[in-house]
Design a binder for this molecule. Structure first.
Ligand code: ADE
Length: 243
């Protein structure tokens, strides 16, 4: 996967991308992240990148001309472009899976009061927020998005299935790669985990995921794809409490 980050602060990305799994993905050729600074494409003597918004209104926005020049010079026109902004569509596991299927992403980090309307219509495919709070700029959000998306790219995690088994949210959300265990039955922890029986271990993990989600994030269960046994288990917990 190729990711081009457009940011006024390229240094922000250096260290995090050189650590751990993202670094390994880069070394093994599964990931290539490059940061580009619009300031390098400013043409006036002050190298300015902000401007009054097209059509007026308060505050300053990222100026379109340096961005258009950058897109052309770095050949970003065909990539899927995401603008990070607090009022965008919320990043969740489902959107991360969808984005992990893209070959080439551009992440535009906002500053000032946002982007010019011409940038929005000509360059941006979707606007994404990482949560209901306002950051000083899009950079931390872009890093979070990179991390959440890249770990889902096949081969990035050593053991492919671990991406889908290791968190309660993952396990319960629709995912094209998640294979539901054939049966769902309850068993005690040590016995199952020591059994060496991969299918039983998976069933046990799925039940733990269901339990954790029921306890901590019951709202997720509304949209989870549960089978009959899991639905039965939930009604039992609702009737009798957790065992
Ligand atoms: N820029 C400022 N706040 C943000 C947020 N919550 N998500 C994405 N980009 C942002």
């Amino acid at each position: 996967m190729q990711i081009d980050v457009v940011t006024l602060f390229p240094d922000f990305f250096q260290t995090p991308l050189q650590a751990s799994i993202l670094a390994r993905a880069t070394r093994s050729g599964l990931l290539s992240v490059n940061a580009h600074n619009p300031r390098d494409f400013a043409t006036d003597k002050h190298q300015s990148v902000d401007d009054e918004p097209y059509g007026g209104g308060g505050g300053m926005v990222l100026k379109p001309e340096p961005l258009f020049a950058l897109w052309k010079a770095r050949k970003l026109e065909k990539a899927h472009c995401i603008y990070l902004t607090a009022d965008g569509e919320k990043l969740d596991h489902r959107l991360s899976v969808e984005l992990s299927l893209q070959e080439h992403l551009v992440l535009l980090c906002g500053h000032y009061k946002g982007v010019d309307e011409r940038v929005r219509t000509r360059l941006i495919d979707r606007e994404v927020s990482i949560g209901d709070y306002v950051l000083t700029g899009g950079e931390p959000a872009a890093l979070v998005l990179i991390d959440a998306v890249v770990r889902l790219v096949p081969g990035v995690l050593g053991n492919f299935s671990s991406a889908l088994e290791d968190s309660f949210q993952d396990a319960l959300l629709d995912c094209p790669w998640y294979t539901r265990p054939a049966e769902f039955n309850g068993e005690s922890v040590p016995q199952v985990l020591q059994s060496g029986d991969h299918q039983r271990v998976q069933q046990w993990r799925r039940k733990q995921a269901l339990r954790k989600t029921y306890e901590r994030r019951p709202d997720l269960l509304d949209k989870a794809d549960l089978d009959d046994n899991e639905k039965k288990q939930l009604s039992q917990w609702e009737r009798e409490g957790l065992e």
